[in-house]
Design a protein around this ligand. Structure first.
Ligand SMILES: CC(C)(COP(=O)(O)OP(=O)(O)OC[C@H]1O[C@@H](n2cnc3c(N)ncnc32)[C@H](O)[C@@H]1OP(=O)(O)O)[C@@H](O)C(=O)NCCC(=O)NCCS
Length: 189
């Protein structure tokens, strides 16, 4: 996983159009999101690790992307989008991208994170539920085809640095200070 670059835009748009067939974002909008200083976009890519791999590789394959909007000075942020390539779903990539965005939001001092999800998307809803997002409202018939939007909110708790465990057990101060397991429910996996 790494920060998205403008050179990823073509691949992102291919996956965007494949995934959100009825309501894909226009390319310009996606470009603005990636470029915005208030945004934080990540891609998951297969990239060559060694020079010899690089020689064989046709180029990075995009496995997924996800974006956060967290304007500086605001304590509220939004998960803007997330998509994983169909061939890479069910392997933890979506959860990994979401954890990374939540960690980025926490670093930007976001205390409340919002998102909207189609009511008829049980997979995404299960992912958000498991991360601690709670339903706070519904926008009736918000999406094309008359599908409701479910609004969800996560209270982003600050990472707590605990003193090192004298017994040397894993997951002590290092893990907590990294921000990777800042809230109890995010840390379930
Ligand atoms: C939603 C999406 C990003 C999840 O990505 P993913 O990499 O497949 O997800 P993960 O493998 O990390 O799984 C995370 C959780 O999602 C849920 N989930 C994943 N696949 C599922 C399936 N086939 N059935 C039910 N729940 C499923 C589970 O809660 C899972 O947690 P678990 O593995 O602990 O049970 C992916 O399905 C996707 O791109 N969907 C199309 C785009 C989309 O709907 N985006 C969200 C718009 S709001």
């Amino acid at each position: 996983m790494r920060r998205a670059k403008l050179s990823d835009l073509d691949a992102i748009m291919r996956l965007e159009r494949e995934t959100f067939t009825d309501d894909a974002w226009p390319e310009d909008a996606m470009r603005r999101e990636i470029e915005s200083p208030h945004g934080y976009y990540l891609v998951a890519v297969d990239e060559p690790i060694t020079a010899s791999d690089a020689a064989d590789e046709p180029g990075p394959a995009l496995r997924g992307y996800a974006g956060l909007l967290a304007p500086s000075g605001s304590e509220q942020g939004d998960i803007q989008t997330i998509a994983v390539d169909p061939s890479s779903r069910g392997m933890g990539l979506g959860r990994g991208l979401m954890h990374a965005l939540i960690t980025a939001a926490r670093r930007r001092h976001v205390t409340e994170l919002f998102l909207e999800v189609r009511a008829d998307n049980p997979i995404a809803r299960a992912l958000y539920d498991s991360l601690g997002f709670e339903q706070i409202g519904v926008r009736p018939r918000y999406y094309r085809g008359g599908v409701d939007a479910v609004l969800m909110r996560l209270v982003v708790k600050p990472a707590v640095a605990r003193p090192a465990d004298a017994s040397g057990a894993a997951g002590g101060a290092g893990a907590a200070a990294s921000g990777a397991s800042g809230t109890s429910r995010e840390g379930t996996r």
